[in-house]
Design a protein. Sequence first.
Length: 119
Amino acid sequence: QVQLAESGGGLVQAGGSLRLSCAVSGRNFNIYTMGWFRQAPGKERGFVAAERRPGGSPNYADSVKGRFTISRDSARNTVYLQMNSLKPEDTAVYYCAGRCPSCSDYTYWGQGTQVTVSS
């Protein structure tokens, strides 16, 4: 069983930065695709960023390219989302997710962490 736990959310002014962390428990962390998603009030959950394997080329939503960076620390079983130049429209609950190599969908989800960006 894989469990994910996000942390690092909070309130920040526009233009500021936050780093989200996702602690992963369970085996085979390094072979999982790890991603970040977000859900703003009244909107569907949407893709933010993903890394298919440690050191692999990451993918980003167009809205966050150049501002957000996904990374992972295999020794700590942790995935990060560094968020810079934050905008009010980045306000959302951010979720960490994991997908096994043979899975078509993300199977494992964290509980989410709130990010609020004030103007």
